[in-house]
Design a binder for this molecule. Structure first.
Ligand code: DUC
Ligand code: ZN
Ligand code: ZN
Length: 464
């Protein structure tokens, strides 16, 4: 046999290619892309389907304690299964340092947690305690182990770093070609708003949006970019939710600054009005930065189409609608005490395909870039994110004609709600391969627990 598997008759689409051809897979890698390949043990008929690079999810909180110490609802099994049903063949969740913890201990902890994954994985290392030891030996050691991206928070008491610490982290990261990701919101503005709203008795979920104004994000993105420029280090701004933030990214990109960014489906699919659903239902939509309004959605879409955003990421932060998650501080907790985040790892790509490609807002090629190729480039997954001979056979086969309504059961995560419930979606991944092995086939899970492998990533390829 020439190949282990042939994917036959699909329409192959990458950022640079759109053609009808077969893909031959051998020993987990793409061996050939050509017309009418023959000679394989397994043939997957992709007639009428679109064959894309397997999605790479680069913003997900899996088996992670939140900034406030609440454990996510998904472990690496349920999180990776949900990701796979959503068209992803690999993901890069976070490994979060608790203050006082060594980097080695963080990576060991997450190594044990991630051993259950059904798809390949790596981590971005969240740094909350940049001691001299962490900076001089912890981060270089992480880098040696193939963890080539770090993340910092500019807000949240238990994890935030100040500007001086941020500069130190950027400097170390930049020296190694590591990308520093940032949650950019002005901490003092948010605290000041929380106090003001509390005094006015405004503690219902709907006030969450008001408490984290666009100004807080825009100021922090501007500051983060300035710090990164001063340090000469690459920066990735996560979950951009404002036109002002997007404008800063677009301007800096045009000027040649090494800045990257993402936005997330929930900013495009929902608005602050969802926080005002009856009773405590609005708690399901509490995430930070908060949901905004329809006007910003239009601008974010324009920026997606214009290339301001390298990725559209789920920011899957699953907290159940019960006392283990959203209401860990009580069923009527004021909004700042409600667990912060929304689930969506299984919906990122189906939603983006439907509302982006099918609705005519972005091309299929742009979709390939936003779902996988750009993430692979920025985060150093050099064997993934594209369809070409020699690369890992990480492949998602989509049925572009599928029409379906979202239900919780479809998500395959460990949540008790999906914010996307009932939405009509056009297009769906049916089969996902990771290193040539089916993870889901015809929408049935066929991967064994622990089939995923750790990906030792490369540094960002930097312009000279
Ligand atoms: N930031 C994230 O990146 N995810 C969930 C909540 C948050 O504040
Ligand atoms: Zn964040
Ligand atoms: Zn997040």
């Amino acid at each position: 046999m020439t190949f282990d598997t042939i994917i036959r008759g699909g329409e192959i689409c990458t950022t640079t290619l759109r053609t009808r051809a077969d893909i031959g897979i051998r020993e987990g890698r793409i061996a050939a892309i050509d017309d009418r390949l023959t000679g394989a043990e397994t043939v997957i008929d992709a007639t009428g389907h679109i064959v894309l690079p397997g999605g790479i999810e680069t913003h997900a909180h899996i088996a992670q304690e939140s900034a406030a110490g609440v454990m996510n609802a998904d472990d690496y099994f349920s999180g990776s299964v949900s990701a796979a049903f959503g068209g992803n063949s690999s993901f890069v969740p976070f490994a979060a340092q608790q203050r006082g913890q060594s980097v080695g201990s963080v990576l060991d902890t997450y190594g044990q947690r991630a051993a259950r994954s059904v798809i390949d994985y790596s981590w971005h290392l969240i740094i909350s305690d940049p001691t001299p030891e962490v900076l001089t030996s912890g981060l270089p050691m992480a880098f040696e182990r193939g963890v080539t991206s770090f993340k910092v928070f500019m807000t949240y008491d238990l994890v935030k770093v100040d500007d001086r610490q941020f500069l130190d982290i950027l400097t170390t990261a930049g020296a190694h070609g590591a990308v520093t990701m940032v949650h950019a919101e002005n901490d003092a503005m948010v605290r000041w708003m929380n106090e003001k709203l509390a005094k006015e008795g405004k503690t219902a979920p709907r006030y969450h949006a008001e408490s984290r104004p666009a100004l807080a994000e825009e100021e922090a993105i501007h500051r983060a970019v300035s710090l990164a420029k001063l340090a000469g280090a690459p920066l990735f701004v996560v979950h951009v939710s404002t036109p002002g933030g997007a404008a800063i990214i677009a301007r800096e990109k045009a000027a040649g600054t090494e800045v990257f960014a993402e936005t997330c489906p929930h900013y495009l699919a929902f608005t602050a009005e969802d926080l005002d659903r009856p009773g405590m239902e609005g708690a399901k939509f509490i995430c930070s930065p908060p949901l905004r309004d329809a006007a910003i959605q239009k601008v974010l879409w324009e920026n997606i189409a214009a290339g301001t955003f390298d990725c559209v990421s789920s920011d899957h932060a699953p907290y159940r609608f019960d006392e283990t998650g959203k209401f860990i501080n009580g069923a009527q907790a004021p909004y700042p005490a409600i667990a912060n985040g929304m689930p969506g790892i299984g919906m990122r790509l189906p939603w983006l395909f439907s509302e982006g490609v099918v609705a005519g807002r972005i091309s299929l090629q742009t979709f390939a870039g936003l779902s996988a190729t750009n993430a692979a480039r920025v985060f150093g997954l050099d064997t993934k994110g594209n369809l070409a001979p020699g690369l890992d056979a990480d492949i998602a086969i989509w049925d572009p004609e599928a029409r379906w309504h979202v239900t919780l059961e479809d998500q395959h995560d460990n949540m008790d709600y999906t914010p996307f419930e009932g939405m009509e979606i056009s297009g769906r991944p049916v089969t996902v391969l990771n290193r040539g092995l089916p993870v889901i086939r015809d929408r049935v899970l066929c991967a064994a627990e622990g089939q995923g492998r750790f990906i030792a990533r490369k540094p960002l390829a930097r312009a000279t």
